[in-house]
Unconditional design. Sequence first.
Lengths: 254, 153
Amino acid sequence: MTAAAPPVAGLDELLLTIADDEFVIGFSDSEWTGIAPMLEEDVAMSSLSQDELGHAAALYGLLGEVTGQDPDAIAYDREPDDYRHARLLDRGRGDWAMTIARRYLYETADAVRLEALADGSWQPLADLVGKLRREERYHLMHIGAWLERLASDEGEPRDRLVVALETLGPHAGTVFTPLQGEGSLVEAGVLARPMADLEKEWRSRVRDTFDPVGLPLAPATADPWLGRTEHGEPFRWLWGEFTSVRRSDPAATW
Amino acid sequence: MDTETTERDVRAVLATVPDPEIPVLSVIDLGIIHRVAVHPERIDVAILPTFVGCPALDVIRGMIAERLEARFDRDVRVETTFEVPWTSERITPSGRAALREVGIAPPADPSEMRCPLCDSADVVMDSAFGPTQCRSLFYCRGCRQPFEALKSV
């Protein structure tokens, strides 16, 4: 399938990265359906995941309008190395503390990114972002409450949270991996500021929450340009899961 | 063919199309009808998703198209748009009353939430997330019953 040129250079890359982030975290966390620590949380995590998959579908839809590709084909027919989600979201579900830590780092980063897109000059994305922010607000509240809860209990919950944050820390900033086309996106007013600026803003906000309660946020150590292109084994497993139905009958209609 | 069809006629028919998840609400009550344009050969309807990933959306689009095609005998195109965000304020007063009738609290700030069963204000939110994307879980200390509320967005 050949892709048409986007109206603004780099727009296709921007849409793909946000869509893949939402798609991958939605699928990862949907693995808690049925086995979350308590019933209300089972429902909540399933609902959050459903939101993210819906956001991904809308973003793949916009990307399809821009490039002329079928949104389902974009979502399901790529090889694992062609996905562009942040490395932060790459590892498996892990334990509950790992899930909360990853989602906290992601939701806070996503909030900063969405702010930078909210007044963008490409109207279809700015309109969608306005709607996304109204839903993501609930995600932030929910995950913020969990983080606080795990951090405030001395002992195992806090220990596990700290281990999770230390493990994820080096990749935490990969949501802000520079985009090849971000210069033209900023120039065209689609994106308010370069990713490096957004990352600084995000780090300072996370520190405001983490420092008073002694939670760690490691500095970025990974090569900033590889944050969305290198994927490990856990993602290959997840990819096998979420593409399995599609691959079993690619011509099926639903 | 009725060539005098107006937007008002179309909206009157839309008021009979139920929301598939909460059938006491019509798509008009729910406030998802953003724009209706009547052309000689076609009717265009633009709807606002309540939630971006609402799985009922395709069903709603199909129901609207089917009902309007049958009534007005012309092509119907239903598109979704985010031109303006759907917000819970778009639910009409009669829609809010219909929700209470079936035991679902209409959207409200948690501090102003009232039990749809006994009207007590002594309620607590159990979880912002409920059985569908658009609902939250509450508990009423007055009548000691759990209830669902539409999420305020």
